[in-house]
Design a binder for this molecule. Structure first.
Ligand SMILES: Cc1cc2nc3c(=O)[nH]c(=O)nc-3n(C[C@H](O)[C@H](O)[C@H](O)COP(=O)(O)O)c2cc1C
Length: 242
């Protein structure tokens, strides 16, 4: 492994941080790295809102769970799929913006490519990160609090900071379970490595002091429990063609 792949392979989410603030030059460097991710046809359909107002951080922490780390970290960001620039440019050019699912998907893909480069850049500086999907618990409130206009879709937050814990690396499915050659496999092959992985995952959770549960069991639980029903309607209000 080289220095870059070692950094990537050692990723683990950090959920307890020192409150030491992140210097602006580190944020600017990470933004630069985020921006240098590939972006469909250079559309760059993303934006990131750094939240520094203590009242807003408090509310965001509450509505994300509560998740205290949102307000107790070095910096907290809200990452948005952003089609607004393109909409405004089209409007100013007197042309109709094509409000398609494809354009929304491009923006969601783009912000995620930005986000992962952004996060990795911080990790390379020695900071820990944790994505926060919890902001989608009440996305309408987030949009209102951050004055997010039509055409902008907050998708997740990101806590960044000096780690105050050192958890182990969370095991992933074996590589063969996600890398296929030439064609998609049948379901038996697809689930072939899952049983062994369930055991590895259970031991990992148990070592962390968490409820030891197989990955399959956790996935069945997660994907049969309704959550965050208002994400679709909020996206629609923000202008998504759904
Ligand atoms: C989009 C996204 C949203 C997430 N939301 C949360 C969250 O709200 N709270 C949290 O503690 N972890 C959150 N996570 C972290 C995941 O739980 C974590 O990445 C996953 O369990 C794998 O563990 P690892 O990052 O330590 O390898 C999120 C991760 C992603 C990619």
């Amino acid at each position: 492994m080289n220095e870059t792949t070692r950094l990537m392979a050692n990723h683990r989410s950090i959920r307890r941080f020192e409150t030491t603030p992140i210097p602006d030059n580190h944020v600017a460097e990470a933004v630069r790295c985020g921006q240098m991710a590939s972006t469909s046809s250079a559309v760059q359909s993303y934006s990131v809102i750094r939240v520094t107002d203590p009242d807003k951080l408090y509310r965001l922490a509450e509505l994300s769970g509560p998740q205290e780390k949102v307000r107790r970290c070095g910096a907290f960001f809200v990452l948005c799929a952003d089609t607004r620039r393109h909409r405004v440019l089209c409007e100013r050019a007197g042309r109709a913006y094509e409000n398609s699912f494809e354009n929304l998907l491009v923006a969601i893909v783009d912000v995620s490519l930005f986000a992962q480069n952004f996060a990795l850049a911080f990790e390379s500086m020695g900071y820990g990160v944790c994505y926060i999907g919890g902001i989608r618990n009440d996305l309408g409130a987030v949009c209102e609090m951050l004055a997010v206009p039509q055409g902008v879709f907050p998708v997740y937050g990101l806590c960044v900071g000096v780690p105050a814990e050192s958890p182990g690396v969370r095991p992933r499915l074996p590589g063969e379970a996600v890398l296929f050659e030439n064609a998609y496999p049948d379901d038996e092959t697809l689930l072939g490595g899952v049983h062994a992985y369930d055991e590895i995952y259970r031991s990992y959770l148990s070592e962390r002091g968490a409820e030891p549960r197989g990955w399959s069991d956790a996935m069945v639980g997660k994907h049969t429990t309704p959550t965050r029903h208002d994400v679709g309607p909020v996206f629609a209000r923000q202008g998504a063609p759904i």
